[in-house]
Design a protein around this ligand. Structure first.
Ligand code: FAD
Length: 455
């Protein structure tokens, strides 16, 4: 079990590192993965016998070949404007070049024929500009859940004879040795001259522990807090029909804070999300026309960056979510008109409204939950969106709270994504550099190329 390179984690970051080594070198490479091979990844929730998460270990949704995105919609956003900070390390041009390279690999492994959307030159971009809103630039390859799965299967078939995959083999510790690194697992000790850690969100807590043991600096200073907006689909149709997903940013007049849209779900539903026992809100949409609803939902989020000495940004987000759980027993829903009139929503007021909620949340008052500055920003943004999609600021628009987007801690890395230990690299979502498929994949390519060029 002695290798040139050990990759920990077989998500997009790890897969694309392995792909580069297999294609361009004769290095002996092992990939250690907590979860299963792709075809054995099955979530037991069937909606009948098992309706909710029963806490499988490992979780088939988050762990296994393909990582967290294996059953996702497979939206590869090619942009430096969102999806991670890879460009801060390797430069904007390089980051984009690698995201396009990843796209070429995906489209030559089953993704050919899938749609690529672009914000450039769209009518929406012009309308946003005219109304003090910014539509972030991106090209989006939309593989879709089914093709994403096919691409992953094809990549695995190509790699499996060139790289040694060890599934159901979580790395337990990383030790620095004279020859490189030794990784302890239940199946024995693996050694490698170089080690790439790509453990994603699910491995972030473990990675934090490893960083502590290895005395590698980390920081955790960002959390995004906001609400999910639900409106009749017709109101947003001019936006959602033109672009599959648009990220729109508004800079508030009062505090000059940025408020942004996130995760648009045309004709979708609002859902509860359980994070460590705290109920927050999220949204889904469906490919199947039969499952569509009359509403569109999207999040409006405000980023909160904390400075020293506060380091518990995620705990701050959890506390706010806990407040809504305390008042509403879970997620709170409020009509925009009630919020503006300074009164709580009641079941009767929701019932009398024209927007039918797709989530059974508790009618209440979000101004008792969200910090004033965040709420003011959200209200300003709703009025700004009303200019490009009239009706967004209607009294009956529903706001669900709270939505929280937690971020992984950020590991201190140099511009090559190398830690203070030569040959120990960290990539992807787990170390806070990325939070998307395309950025994570590109970070994997970058580090593999760097290792090969340094031989
Ligand atoms: C439901 C869902 C839908 C998504 N949809 C999109 C989308 O459409 N577009 C987009 O850009 N992003 C999407 N994302 C986010 C995207 O999936 C992630 O940004 C991306 O997968 C990150 O890649 P990664 O390689 O860094 O980590 P991951 O994909 O999380 O992979 C990490 C892997 O490491 C393994 N691992 C963890 N700890 C250990 C350990 N100690 N030892 C061995 N292995 C370990 C895990 O099992 C996992 O397989 C989605 C995420 C989810 C959950």
């Amino acid at each position: 079990m002695n290798y040139d390179v050990i990759i920990i984690g077989a998500g997009p970051g790890g897969i694309f590192s392995a792909y580069e080594f297999a294609k361009k070198s004769d290095l002996k490479v092992a990939v250690l993965e907590t979860g299963n091979v792709l075809e054995k990844r099955h979530c037991p929730i069937d909606g009948k016998k098992i309706k909710t998460c029963i806490g499988c270990s490992p979780c088939s949704i988050m762990n296994g070949f393909g990582g967290a995105g294996a059953f996702s919609d497979g939206k590869y956003n090619i942009t430096n404007d969102f999806g991670g900070n890879l460009y801060e390390y390797i430069g904007k041009e390089k980051a984009l070049e690698l995201m396009h390279y990843v796209d070429e690999i995906n489209t030559s492994h089953g993704g050919e024929g899938t749609a690529m959307y672009s914000t450039a030159g769209t009518e929406l971009k012009k309308r946003c500009m005219q109304n003090k809103l910014t539509l972030l630039d991106a090209s989006v390859r939309h593989l879709g859940t089914d093709i994403n799965y096919i691409v992953l299967g094809n990549l695995y078939n190509e790699l499996k004879d060139k790289v040694d995959f060890y599934f159901n083999t979580p790395a337990k510790s990383i030790k620095v040795t004279e020859e490189g690194y030794s990784i302890d697992t239940d199946s024995g000790v693996f050694t490698g001259r170089q080690c790439i850690v790509s453990v994603g969100r699910s491995g972030s807590k473990w990675l934090e522990e490893m960083c502590r043991e290895l005395d590698i600096n980390t920081k955790s200073n960002r959390v995004d807090i906001g609400v999910r907006v639900e409106i009749p689909a017709e109101i947003f149709a001019s936006i959602t029909d033109e672009l599959y997903e648009s990220k729109i940013v508004y800079r508030t007049e009062k505090f000059e804070d940025s408020v942004r849209t996130f995760c648009m779900n045309p004709y979708g539903i609002v859902v509860n999300e359980n994070t460590n026992g705290i109920i927050t809100v999220n949204g889904h949409s469906f490919e199947d026309p039969a499952k569509r609803t009359a509403n569109t939902n999207f999040a409006l989020l405000v980023s909160k960056h904390f400075s020293e000495p506060f380091k518990e940004s995620n705990a701050y987000g959890e506390s706010i979510a806990r407040l809504s759980n305390m008042l509403g027993g879970g997620v709170i829903v409020q009509r925009f008109g009630d919020l503006e009139r300074g009164r709580r929503s009641t079941p009767k007021r929701i019932e009398e409204g024209t927007v039918r909620p797709t989530l059974a949340a508790t009618p209440g008052d979000l101004s008792l939950v969200l910090p004033k500055r965040i709420l003011d920003g959200i209200v300003e943004m709703i009025y700004a969106l009303d200019k490009i999609a009239p009706g967004t600021a209607n009294d009956d628009t529903l706001l669900y709270g709270v939505e929280v987007k937690f971020y992984n801690m950020e590991v201190e890395l140099d511009h090559n994504l190398e830690t203070r230990y030569p040959g120990l690299y960290m990539i992807g979502d787990g170390c806070g550099v990325t939070h998307s498929l395309s950025h994570a994949s590109a970070s994997g390519v970058y580090v593999a190329d760097r290792i090969m060029n340094n031989r």
